[in-house]
Design a protein around this ligand. Structure first.
Ligand code: ADP
Ligand code: MG
Length: 370
């Protein structure tokens, strides 16, 4: 019997390494968080779309599939353009969505660089697939959810977030080559080595929609064009960047090229079963590169990374697009509680918001709950 209602779930993610590489055809290495968004959905026969979110109280959206193709999207509340974009994109690809009631609820902190937006779009996308379009592939779901963010919500992300939410598996990192779409699940068992991954959400909004992200993308494209390569991914070493006349573009290109090398190096170490402590220097080097070459750090992130390292973290870095949001720290389990306290004290002593700190275990990708 065809399913007409159910509950679906998609996780937020943390990117271990590979920042600002996805729109340069490069490599990323995320894991799914145990935090996620639940989409409770019911098919309707009348073309009506009714959407609600616990995180947008009082903001029920009531529209129709016909309106979606004609309406000025600016009339819809900003948050609803993510799920409506998903629905519209299914329709645009020839799948008839007969109508839906959708209730959303999330445990992913919003705007923390942990991808609440992909958790939202992906939970809705797998619900819509199961209810109306069972033939749609996971690759298509990545494309649909990315288009929802890019075109309908107006946020120019690459494929990292959506791929992580849809493809990650428990206990593993997702190694993704964003050019080819090739993936590999690399075991990441920190507990076996007495380690843990601390996530510190600094509460500083990351303002991804701000022009800084678009500027970085444009700078990368210009650098690639000036170096006569399709993308910065095509440069395996930073030796070539001396040909760039502009020192800012040189720094941007150096970040992307060295970051790709760090992802490959970390993937190789972990694949070979090495102690995860050996990857820590590359994590911290990635942070330095984001701060100095890509210039996307922010004072609360600097404070949190410095405090984590002082408190005994083997490596620490900002994670997500930067400008605010979260950091991660690889640390011995036995030091995690004291380190969390030190990080909290360091942030509040400087007048920053008290952070939300938790440990991340690699969790499951998007799936149906019932
Ligand atoms: P991040 O993905 O890092 O959390 P973004 O700025 O990319 O930050 O996405 C956050 C936006 O996604 C929110 O401002 C809101 O519009 C939307 N969003 C995410 N989760 C929810 C939710 N559960 N309910 C309503 N809107 C949400
Ligand atoms: Mg996002």
């Amino acid at each position: 019997m065809e399913s007409t209602a159910g509950r679906w779930w998609a996780p937020g993610r943390v990117n271990l390494i590979g920042e600002h590489t996805d729109y340069n055809d490069g490599y990323v290495l995320p894991l799914a968080l145990p935090l996620g968004t639940t989409c409770t959905a019911r098919a309707r026969p009348d073309g009506v779309l009714r959407l609600r979110s616990e995180q947008a109280p009082g903001d029920t959206v009531d529209t129709t599939t016909a309106d979606l193709s004609t309406a000025g999207w600016s009339d819809f509340p900003a948050w609803s353009r993510y799920p409506l974009g998903v629905i519209r994109e299914f329709e645009r690809r020839g799948h008839e969505i007969r109508g839906l009631d959708i209730d959303l609820d999330s445990t992913v902190p919003i705007g923390a660089g942990l991808s609440s937006s992909a958790a939202l779009t992906c939970s809705v996308a797998i619900a819509v697939r199961d209810l109306f379009a069972p033939s749609v592939s996971t690759a298509d779901l990545i494309d649909i959810t990315r288009t929802a963010e890019n075109v309908y919500a107006g946020v120019p992300t690459g494929v990292l977030d959506q791929s992580a939410a849809l493809l990650c598996t428990p206990g593993h990192l997702l190694f993704l080559d964003t050019r080819t779409g090739k993936t590999e699940h690399i075991p990441f068992d920190l507990a076996r080595h007495g380690l843990t991954l601390l996530i510190v959400d600094t509460g500083a909004p990351h303002r991804l929609m701000d022009s800084a992200y678009a500027t970085r993308r444009a700078e990368c494209a210009t650098a690639a064009a000036q170096l006569d390569v399709p993308t910065l991914r095509d440069l395996p070493t930073a030796a070539e960047i001396d040909r760039l006349p502009d020192p800012v573009l040189r720094r941007r290109a150096r970040h992307v090229i060295t970051e790709n090398a760090r992802v490959l190096r970390i993937a190789e170490q972990l694949r070979s079963g090495a102690d995860p402590r050996t990857i820590a220097p590359f994590l911290t080097a990635g942070h330095t590169s984001l701060r100095d070459d890509f210039e996307v750090s922010a004072p609360p992130l600097e404070t949190a990374v410095a405090a984590a390292l002082t408190a005994g973290a083997h490596g620490a870095r900002l994670t997500g697009a930067g400008f605010g949001g979260s950091i991660l720290a690889l640390i011995d389990q036995r030091r995690a509680t004291a380190a969390s306290e030190r990080i909290r004290e360091a942030l509040t002593a400087k007048g920053f918001t008290a952070p939300h700190i938790f440990t991340a275990t690699p969790s499951a990708g998007a799936h149906r709950l019932g």
